[in-house]
Design a protein around this ligand. Structure first.
Ligand code: ACO
Ligand code: ZN
Length: 223
């Protein structure tokens, strides 16, 4: 009984005064010193990571009223590669990927969506692939597992289909979601992945999508 009371008190403290930081998007309780410390650490890394100072040579591949998309290729200057690696680290952190970021592979193409506030608010990392496996519609019924651990185990077809371009990461800053930034990143990718052609949605594949990623991909590909 004592334990239960304690839990309730903890939960109360945890949610008391919970706020979302408008710069880094983290939700935390300012009244909780531990939370606050975690926020300060995350905040600094995040704000530095998404800061975009502008590059002497930047490859602008699309422009919009609220920002632009810049393409980064493997032979680009080290400051550009470093920015992509920093952003990828933040993204992987958010997605719960534990592995160390590998050296920028030589066929990778990265698109960064730069907001008019000079911040990287969207990132898409793509690489050439030869085949993909179609995600099948989820099984429905009372026995469908719904716990969080199971949400990633989509059923895939075991028949490979030809594909051209694999999207290994797609990410949009929490406070900028549902503004069609991901959609514009994929549209732009289809246009600039292979010179001189516009890829069809059948030719692109999303690797290991998260629940968010799957909702987006389903909508985008209209499947
Ligand atoms: N729930 C339901 N529908 C969604 C969602 C969602 N969370 N996100 C996108 N959609 C659908 C909507 O229909 C939306 O159109 P609407 O807003 O007019 O209804 C349409 O997709 C287009 O959405 P965008 O605004 O272009 O998507 P957004 O810029 O918000 O980015 C993304 C989507 C990248 C998945 C974002 O939610 C995100 O960064 N999530 C966290 C990181 C993540 O999980 N990334 C995917 C990993 S999988 C991979 O990288 C291969
Ligand atoms: Zn913050």
């Amino acid at each position: 009984k004592e334990t239960k009371d304690q839990l309730i008190i903890d939960a109360g403290q945890k949610y008391f005064g919970a706020t979302m930081c408008k710069s880094c998007g983290m939700i935390y309780a300012a009244s909780n010193p531990e939370d606050e410390l975690q926020h300060v650490q995350h905040h600094h890394r995040f704000v530095e990571g998404i800061k975009y100072t502008g590059w002497k040579k930047e490859r602008v591949v699309a422009e919009f009223w609220d920002g632009k998309i810049v393409l980064v290729l493997p032979r680009d200057p080290s400051y550009a590669i470093r920015k992509v690696e920093d952003v990828q680290e933040l993204v992987d952190n958010e997605l719960g990927f534990q592995q160390v970021v590998p050296k920028y592979p030589n066929k990778t193409k990265t698109l960064l969506f730069i907001s008019d506030e000079k911040k990287v608010v969207g990132c898409l990392i793509a690489e050439p692939i030869k085949q993909a496996f179609r995600v099948m519609s989820e099984p429905t019924g009372p026995e469908t597992p719904s716990s969080k651990e199971c949400q990633r185990a989509w059923q895939c077809s075991d028949v490979p289909e030809p594909a051209v371009c694999g999207i290994s990461r797609i990410w949009v800053f929490r406070l900028k979601r549902r503004k069609r930034i991901a959609r514009r990143l994929v549209d732009t990718l289809r246009n600039c992945f292979m010179f001189g052609c516009f890829l069809s949605t059948n030719e692109i594949a999303f690797s290991d999508p998260t629940p968010d990623g799957k909702l987006f991909a389903t909508k985008y590909c209209n499947t």
